[in-house]
Design a binder for this molecule. Structure first.
Ligand SMILES: *Cc1c(COP(=O)(O)O)cnc(C)c1O
Length: 257
């Protein structure tokens, strides 16, 4: 497979974004159909990290209404500078406790909850703001050295503690698959998340039990395995110039293709 810069489309005009969004949406629908599901069950979350605000404006004009950002500072800056747009923000990356206040101030959703200190800090700030926040619990399904996400065997105990934080609306689980071109190993990560979700849902620990899994390189596989939210950046916004090791410790500069 070609590397990302060749594989991902350009995205420099509203028309480019409209085309990219339509293409991803069509692939989502086709993958869902292959799995005997409806594409309507799958939410597309466009991921705009590293993308400058002028280009984000074009994407919003082409129809993006919620945007995913990995880093709180970057998300906060964009939220401020794009406040004139009708768009909400989903934080999908690791949260340092000292940034909980920011997330509570602007985020509509937080997808990377994996420790109780963050839950506690978020809940406190949300209570102060008089609001609640949709959250996904991140699980490390690849057992890579990537330090984010709960180990699968700690998930159930963690979920049992979350009702203590009443401002957090638990929506489901989130994961990043292993970084490899080996689709079966990628698929195994998604299957594991679904199994964990099924177990947690049987115990009524995970709200509606959504599954946030799948990115530009693997969202079709994720949908075949039950994903209800795909987080797609490069297939919409074009290839990122920044190596992804900046976002995922352990991923280094490995390109998933
Ligand atoms: C960047 C990112 C994505 C999207 O990755 P793409 O390869 O751009 O689709 C998904 N999830 C998380 C947590 C990310 O940081």
């Amino acid at each position: 497979m070609p590397d990302g810069s060749q594989r991902y489309p350009k995205a420099e005009s509203v028309a480019d974004f409209a085309r990219n969004l339509a293409e991803v949406r069509a692939r989502i629908d086709a993958a869902a159909e292959r799995a005997g599901r409806s594409g309507a069950e799958v939410r597309l979350l466009p991921v705009s990290k590293t993308v400058p605000e002028e280009r984000i404006r074009l994407a919003v004009e082409a129809g993006c209404r919620t945007l995913g950002e990995n880093k709180v500072q970057e998300a906060k800056r964009k939220w401020r500078n794009l406040a004139d747009l009708d768009v909400s923000w989903s934080v999908i990356g690791h949260l340092q406790t000292n940034k909980a206040k920011d997330v509570a101030a602007f985020a509509a959703e937080f997808q990377a909850l994996d420790n109780l200190r963050a839950a506690e800090a978020l809940d406190r700030r949300l209570q102060a703001e008089g609001r609640s926040l949709d959250v996904f619990v991140q699980v490390n399904t690849s057992a890579e050295e990537s330090k984010y996400g709960l180990p699968p065997d700690e998930l159930s105990a963690f979920l049992k503690k979350l009702p203590n934080y009443s401002a957090l609306n638990v929506r489901g689980l989130m994961t990043l698959a292993v970084f490899t071109a080996d689709t079966e190993r990628v698929r195994a990560c998604f299957r594991l998340l679904r199994t964990l979700r099924d177990q947690a849902r049987d115990l009524d620990l995970v709200g509606p039990g959504e599954l946030s899994m799948g990115m530009s390189g693997d969202y079709e596989t994720a949908i075949e395995e039950g994903s209800t939210v795909v987080r797609v950046g490069q297939a919409i916004f074009g290839a990122r110039p920044v190596p992804d090791g900046r976002y995922w410790p352990g991923a280094a500069d490995v390109q998933k293709s």
